[in-house]
Write a protein that binds this ligand. Structure first.
Ligand SMILES: [Fe+2]
Ligand SMILES: [Fe+2]
Length: 157
């Protein structure tokens, strides 16, 4: 197995962990709802989007993958704004039904995004990233943090 495949697998595991965090929150919502799994999942998703837009997408775009990356960035923007809205909803005491709907809609955006990104974009990480670029991505995956206040390419409201 090449190192690139391991990277793709690690990125897919992040998708799964983020989904599980949101689902865990949803499962507990009727019982009062511990916000921690949702907040952790949203932070992980923002960090995941950062690593894709900073470490993964530029070399893929340079390798000629223009349209799929544009679509991925647009969808990151939608995810980003959905998280901004959800965070606002969490701040004000609100109706569990609204939180439930917002989480369901975030999960559905994620499903639509990940179901394209995993088969179309991630396999190209093998072909288009240099060893140095792969090492940088792997290092970030392990321990990287994204800058406070960073917003994804198409995340502005
Ligand atoms: Fe992703
Ligand atoms: Fe993505």
């Amino acid at each position: 197995m090449s190192e690139g495949t391991e990277l793709a697998d690690a990125l897919i595991r992040e998708h799964q962990a983020i989904d599980i965090g949101i689902e865990t929150y949803l499962d507990g919502l009727d019982a009062g709802g511990d916000e921690e799994p949702l907040r952790t999942a949203m932070h992980a998703l923002r960090r995941h989007i950062y690593l894709e837009e900073v470490f993964l997408f530029p070399p893929l775009r340079a390798g000629g993958m223009m349209m799929p990356i544009l679509v991925m960035e647009r969808e990151h923007g939608e995810l980003w704004r959905a998280m901004d809205a959800l965070e606002k909803t969490l701040q004000s005491p609100s109706d569990p039904e609204a939180l439930h709907d917002a989480c369901r809609s975030l999960l559905s955006l994620l499903e639509s995004h990940n179901s394209k990104e995993e088969p179309i974009v991630y396999p190209r990480a093998d072909a288009d990233l240099s060893d140095v670029q792969r090492d940088q991505l792997a290092l970030f995956l392990e321990s990287g943090t994204f800058p406070e206040g960073w917003v994804c390419a198409k995340g502005a409201a």
